[in-house]
Design a binder for this molecule. Sequence first.
Ligand SMILES: [Zn+2]
Length: 75
Amino acid sequence: MPYYCPRCGNKKIIEYSKSFDCPKCLDNEGFPHEFDKEDFDKIEDKSETMSVREKLALLNVFDDELKDPEKRKRF
Ligand SMILES: [Zn+2]
């Protein structure tokens, strides 16, 4: 499957074995957005593909909730 940037449609992505970068789309720290190929393959609406950093940010939110003993009871 040909990969392209889910944000800008750029097909000149930098491909790695499990992920790819879009050299045109930089995050707010100036790093290229990196996407997991697995996510890209799985998702129907490609524009919804989350970058690796976005996923990490989400995980951190979950971690914070798990550290809170009151909230942890719900899990
Ligand atoms: Zn892009």
